[in-house]
Design a protein around this ligand. Structure first.
Ligand code: NAD
Length: 470
C-alpha cells in the first residue's frame, strides 16, 4: 500500500480549475496534493472537451475555408480525409499539454495522486487502491459529465455522447444531433465539414437557447447550408436500434420517425457531486446537484471549498480557473470574494458567437433599461475582405452613465475579440472610452469602436438618425 499523506491542501480533480488551484497553492508555499482519476492532469477540458473539440473545429474550418475560396476564384479538389492522422494529431496535442501539466506538478512540488478520491470524514479522503489523505483544507473540483436522459440512453456504439463523438471513430453518412446547444452545434459543425449529413433537433424554439437571438441569427443562417436539417421546437422522445442505424422518434414541429447511422446526444451537462462521499464530509448539495458555496467558494464544511462546474453555472473552464485561484487566496487568509462583472462565453462554431457581461435577454428578463448599439459587419471593410459580412457586434450601456454593461459578437474570431469587452466591463469603461480608443484598420476590432461611436455621433460607416444620438 502507498504511504498515507498528510497535506495542507488537497485538490480533488485535476481539470483547469483544480490544477490552477494546486499550482498557485504550491507557489504560495502550501504542501499541496492533487488527486485525479486520470494518469495525467487536464480534466474533461483537456482530455475530452475544449482542446480536442477545438482541434477538430480547426480541421473543419480548413475544409470550409477551402470550399469558400471558390468565391475568390480559387478552387480546391474535394478534400481527402485521413481520420487516423486527424485522430493522432488531436491525441498528440492533448498528450503534450497533459505531460506538461504533470511536469509542472513535479517542478512546483505538487504531489500528484492517481486514483478516485472518496471522503470518509470531514478532513479525510481515501483514494481507491491508493493512500489516505488527511488535509487541513480541500478544494473540490470534480467537474461535470454529459447528462444522460433515460429516454435517450441506449447501449449502442451508434449512440455517442460528446466524449465518444470526439474519438472520431468514423464519419457516419447520417448523424442526428440531439440538442442545439454549445456541444451539439460545435460537434455538428465538425461532422458536417467532414462529410456527414447532419440533422440537428432542438427542443426549444431557438438554437443556443438563452443566447441573444440576433447574435444567433447569422450562425443559424449559415448552418442551414452546412447541416442537412435543423428542427426547432422538436423533442427526440425515443431512440431504438434499427436495421443499419438508430431509429429516432421526433415530436413537435419536425415530428417523424427517422433512421440515422449515428446519434450524438448533447442535452447538457450535470455536476459531478455524487458517489464520492460529500455527505461524509458535511458538504451540502443543491437540488440540482451543485455543491452549495458562499461568495468565497466555501462549502458548508468551512475547511472545504468547491469550484468550477461542480460549484455552479456557467460551466466554463476559465471560470473554474479563476474560482480555483480565488479559493487558494481565501485559504491563505486574503480578503477575496467572487465578484466578476463579466465572464466571457464563446461558442466555437462558424461563425463564432461570444458575449460578456449583461446580455439583452437578461436585461429584458430583469426589466433593466439599457441602450444598445449595433454594428452590422456589412459595414466593415475587413469583414468583407474575409467574405464574411454577416457578423454583428453590439454593446449594451447604462443609459445615464454610458457605462458598458455587456458586449455580444457574432462572426469569425468573435472568441478572440470578446476579451476587449471583458477588460472594458471590468474597468468600468464607458462606450465613449471605447469610441475614443484608436482601433487598428482594417480589423474586426473596429466593429467594437464603431458600435460605440454610433452612440456618440462619431460613426463613419453607419448612418444614425440625429435624434438617436445622446
Ligand atoms: P446546452 O445546455 O448548451 O444545450 C443542450 C440543448 O439540448 C439545449 O438547447 C436543450 O434545449 C436541448 N435538449 C434537451 N433535451 C432535448 C431533447 N430530448 N430533444 C432535443 N433537444 C433537447 O448543453 P451542451 O451543449 O450539452 O453543453 C453543456 C455545457 O458544456 C454548456 O452549458 C457549456 O457550459 C459547456 N460547453 C462549453 C463550450 C464552450 O465554452 N465553447 C463548449 C461545449 C460545452
Amino acid at each position: 500500500m502507498p504511504e498515507n499523506i498528510t497535506t495542507q491542501l488537497v485538490v480533488l480533480g485535476g481539470g483547469p480549475g483544480g490544477y490552477a488551484a494546486a499550482f498557485l497553492a504550491a507557489e504560495r508555499g502550501l504542501k499541496t496534493t492533487l488527486i485525479d482519476a486520470a494518469p495525467k492532469p487536464g480534466g474533461a477540458c483537456l482530455h475530452v472537451g475544449c482542446i480536442p473539440s477545438k482541434t477538430l473545429l480547426h480541421a473543419a474550418g480548413v475544409v470550409t475555408t477551402a470550399r469558400d475560396a471558390a468565391a475568390f476564384g480559387i478552387k480546391f479538389a474535394r478534400p481527402e480525409i485521413d481520420l487516423a492522422t486527424l485522430r493522432a494529431k488531436g491525441n498528440k496535442i492533448v498528450d503534450t499539454h497533459a505531460s506538461h501539466l504533470l511536469e509542472l506538478c513535479k517542478k512546483r512540488g505538487v504531489t500528484h495522486v492517481e486514483g478516485r478520491g472518496i471522503f470518509t470524514g470531514p478532513k479525510l479522503i481515501e483514494v481507491d487502491d491508493g493512500p489516505e489523505v488527511t488535509f487541513d483544507h480541500c478544494i473540490v473540483a470534480t467537474g461535470s459529465s454529459p447528462t444522460k436522459l433515460p429516454t435517450l440512453s441506449l447501449d449502442s456504439p451508434r449512440v455517442m455522447d460528446s466524449t465518444a463523438a470526439l474519438a472520431l471513430e468514423s464519419v457516419p453518412a447520417t448523424l442526428l444531433v440531439v440538442g442545439g446547444g454549445y456541444i451539439g452545434l460545435e460537434l455538428g459543425t465538425v461532422y458536417a465539414a467532414l462529410g456527414s449529413k447532419v440533422t440537428c433537433v432542438e427542443l426549444t424554439g431557438n438554437l443556443l437557447p438563452g443566447v441573444d437571438v440576433d447574435l444567433v441569427r447569422p450562425l443559424a443562417n449559415r448552418l442551414k447550408s452546412q447541416f442537412d436539417k435543423i428542427h426547432l421546437s422538436t423533442k427526440v422522445t425515443k431512440i431504438a436500434e434499427a436495421k443499419g442505424g438508430i431509429r429516432a422518434t421526433l415530436e413537435g414541429e419536425g415530428a417523424g420517425d427517422l433512421v440515422f447511422e449515428k446519434v450524438l446526444v448533447a442535452v447538457g451537462r450535470r455536476p459531478n457531486s455524487a458517489g464520492f462521499g460529500l455527505d461524509q464530509a458535511g458538504v451540502e448539495v443543491t437540488d440540482k446537484g451543485f455543491v452549495k458555496v458562499d461568495e468565497q467558494r466555501r462549502t458548508s464544511n468551512p475547511h472545504i471549498f468547491a469550484i468550477g462546474d461542480v460549484a455552479g453555472e456557467p460551466m466554463l473552464a476559465h471560470k473554474a480557473a479563476h474560482e480555483g485561484k480565488l479559493a487558494v487566496q481565501v485559504i491563505m487568509g486574503e480578503p477575496m470574494v467572487w465578484e466578476p462583472r463579466a465572464i466571457p462565453a464563446v461558442v466555437f462554431t462558424d461563425p463564432e458567437i461570444a458575449w460578456a457581461g449583461l446580455t439583452e435577454t437578461e436585461a429584458a428578463k430583469e426589466n433593466r433599461e439599457v441602450r444598445v448599439a449595433r454594428f452590422h459587419w456589412a459595414a466593415s471593410g475587413r469583414a468583407s475582405t474575409l467574405g464574411r459580412s454577416d457578423g454583428l457586434t453590439k454593446i449594451l450601456v447604462e443609459p445615464k452613465s454610458d457605462q458598458v454593461l455587456g458586449v455580444g459578437l457574432c462572426g469569425p474570431g468573435a472568441g478572440e475579440l470578446i476579451s476587449e469587452a471583458v477588460v472594458a466591463i471590468e474597468m468600468g469603461a464607458t462606450s465613449k472610452d471605447l469610441a475614443l480608443c484608436i482601433h487598428p484598420h482594417p480589423t474586426l476590432t473596429e466593429t467594437i469602436s464603431e458600435a460605440a461611436e454610433t452612440l456618440h455621433g462619431l460613426s463613419s460607416h453607419i448612418y444614425v438618425q440625429k435624434k438617436r444620438i445622446l
